[in-house]
Write a protein that binds this ligand. Structure first.
Ligand code: NAP
Length: 573
């Protein structure tokens, strides 16, 4: 009878378990109950960490009440020993007693570590398995290594699920974990992931590679392991319930990337356009690590951000002419031939919002900065025949960019003496800091101010411009436009730009609230909420058609067929 219930437990888990299990902790059973009650409506799969309780056995009767009241919930009982990274200080036999009693209480699954199983008599483990579904677990809190050796030891013990959790210190560790899962998940019920910030992608890719479920925190701040993302992020942003072996993988790569808004924006676009794809944040500490992963994970496309935009160019099979000219690539696509091709959509991100407002030919544009974004701006605007001026903190870098892009260099002291159609901030001044500005008020002699910084949405520079009745173009517009172009390059579909702008605006509003930054955030990333654009006095020609990244009339885009291999690279940003 007991054996039958285990078979039942195992079968039901395999096919009916949600993809996300939420760990619930509390020092007393009342706290666990309270939290579980508030979560159960939206999360029917939880893990109660009994090892957090001062007296786990004494707490079980209270927890039974929850299990009786919520037959729809599947709950794992875990009483991880301190030796193995948990909080339970008792012996192995005391742990077994807790888990056996948890089974009698009505928990459907219990988690027991490999080290504990090794110390038990085979009959003891068999007895436990007869009573309840058993997850045999192994945790490595430092590294990802010897996964197959570990599993060789694990599979000597019968279990309903084998859970292997390691710690990623490189992006490539995730690849190791994927390979491990792919090798064993057809034969065994596997649950596997890498902890740590670098392991975040394994929480999604693991499920794609055969992990039956993964773990997600109830809310931010309730993480029980490093790198744990929230259950709602896993479900809403990464759509984990629908990730399967056919799901295409895209991502933003950089160092750091944990706060990137690209995942929320691009996953929204994929969902809206019903593309079976997931977009992840890939934290690569070196380009070498990134490239090793890209060759092993079937990545279809990458958004590239600081610090790899320049260096990645040399690793591509080919890139379009503008990317080579700028010397920076923010978009990688894997061709049908498996090779990597590069594009630069930052240019469209800058040019499109400006062309929606003014005619660029002949427009006087001052670019602040000489880094990657400034390079995209300088080459992009020159290609539209704008009259481009550059000023930069490090004059030599600004002068070099002016020379390369055939723009003019302006000394900072001369900025206030001139007036412009557009001043474009391509420095990082103001990023994450609502008090800093790259210019003083007296230097803001312009009709339009385009601040590429978009976190916070309302920078000091933007506030100063508004106070002088200057038309403002927020950096959010660039962010959305460059992302829209990436989406179009990757999928061949028009990007759902309004939805993309909407979710990023919402995310920025949340950030502003969390950081005490000033609102308003513009309503979307499409420029519609800003004051109606007036044509610049000089040049006066009215723009013939608004250009959207949704593709009605597209900005000049990189050639579909990449041009020959990149030649000499432009200088390092
Ligand atoms: P980058 O390559 O690191 O260049 C940074 C630039 O800022 C350099 O010109 C640097 O001058 C200047 N700078 C840094 N600190 C400064 C300071 N305290 N005072 C004066 N100048 C300073 O960065 P990037 O990739 O070009 O990005 C620049 C900005 O654009 C960032 O804020 C980024 O978030 C934003 N951006 C936005 C989007 C978007 O989608 N909205 C896309 C790309 C970039 P030196 O040469 O003297 O060091």
């Amino acid at each position: 009878m007991q054996a039958a219930s285990t078979v039942y437990a195992s079968r039901i888990q395999r096919f009916r378990l949600p993809r996300v299990c939420i760990p619930v902790v509390g020092e007393d059973p009342g706290k666990i109950l309270e939290r579980a009650e508030s979560l159960v409506r939206d999360n029917s799969f939880m893990e109660f960490r009994l090892d957090y309780l001062t007296n786990p056995i004494a707490g079980l009767p209270k927890l039974k009440h929850f299990l009786d009241m919520h037959p729809e919930a599947t709950v794992i009982a875990t009483c991880r020993r301190a030796l193995n990274g948990g909080k339970f200080k008792g012996s192995g036999s005391a742990q077994l007693e807790v888990l056996t009693k948890a089974a009698a209480t009505g928990f459907q699954l219990v988690d027991i570590e490999l080290q504990s199983a090794e110390a038990l008599k085979p009959a003891q483990l068999a007895d436990l398995k007869d009573r309840v579904g058993v997850i045999l677990s192994f945790h490595d809190f430092k590294s990802t290594k010897k996964l197959d050796d570990t599993f060789l030891s694990m599979k000597r013990y019968p279990a309903d699920f084998y859970k292997v959790v390691s710690t990623a210190t490189t992006l490539y560790d995730n690849v190791q974990m994927m390979k491990f899962l792919q090798a064993h998940s057809t034969q065994f019920e596997m649950v596997a992931l890498c902890m740590g910030e670098q392991g975040i992608i394994s929480r999604v890719l693991g499920v794609r590679a055969g992990s039956i479920f993964t773990f997600g925190a109830a809310t931010r701040g309730e993480e029980t392991a490093p790198g744990q993302v929230t259950a709602s992020e896993l479900r809403d942003t990464y759509r984990i319930e629908m990730v399967d072996a056919a799901t295409q993988v895209y991502g933003v790569v950089g160092d750091p990337v944990s706060h990137s808004l690209s995942p929320v924006m691009m996953n929204t676009a994929f969902r809206r356009e019903t593309v079976n794809a997931v977009y992840l944040a890939l934290h690569a500490k070196t380009l070498k690590d990134l490239l090793a992963c890209v060759h092993e994970i079937p990545i279809r496309g990458l958004s590239v951000t600081i610090p790899y935009k320049h260096d990645v160019v040399a690793s591509l099979s080919n890139s379009d002419a503008l990317t080579r000219q700028i010397g920076a690539c923010n978009t990688v696509v894997r061709g049908q031939d498996g090779k990597l091709y590069g594009f630069n959509t930052d240019v469209a991100g800058i040019v499109v919002p400006l062309e929606q407002r003014i005619t660029l030919a002949g427009a006087k544009v001052l670019i602040l900065g000489a880094g990657g974004a400034a390079r995209a701006a300088a080459f992009g605007l020159k290609s539209k025949n704008a009259e481009v001026f550059i000023t930069n903190r490090t004059a030599e870098k600004g002068q070099a960019l002016a020379r390369q892009s055939k723009a003019k260099y302006l000394k900072r002291a001369d900025v206030a003496k001139n007036s412009f159609d557009v001043i474009l901030n391509a420095t990082s001044v103001g990023m994450g800091n609502a008090k800093q500005s790259p210019l003083e008020e007296k230097e803001l002699n312009t009709k339009y101010l385009f601040d590429l910084v978009y976190v916070p949405a309302e920078t000091r520079l933007i506030k100063m411009a508004r106070a002088k009745n200057i038309q403002v173009i927020p950096g959010l517009e660039m962010f959305v436009q460059q992302g829209a172009r990436q989406f179009e390059i990757w999928t061949g579909k028009p990007a759902p730009i309004a939805e993309m702008g909407f979710v990023v605006t919402k995310a920025l509003e949340r950030m502003a609230t969390e950081n005490g930054w000033e609102l308003p955030v513009p309503k979307n990333g499409t420029g519609k909420s800003e004051p109606q654009p007036e044509p610049a006095a000089k040049p006066a020609a009215k723009k013939e058609a608004a250009t959207t990244a949704a593709g009605k009339k597209k900005a000049k885009i990189p050639a579909a067929k990449p041009a020959p291999k990149a030649g000499k690279k432009a200088s390092r940003r």
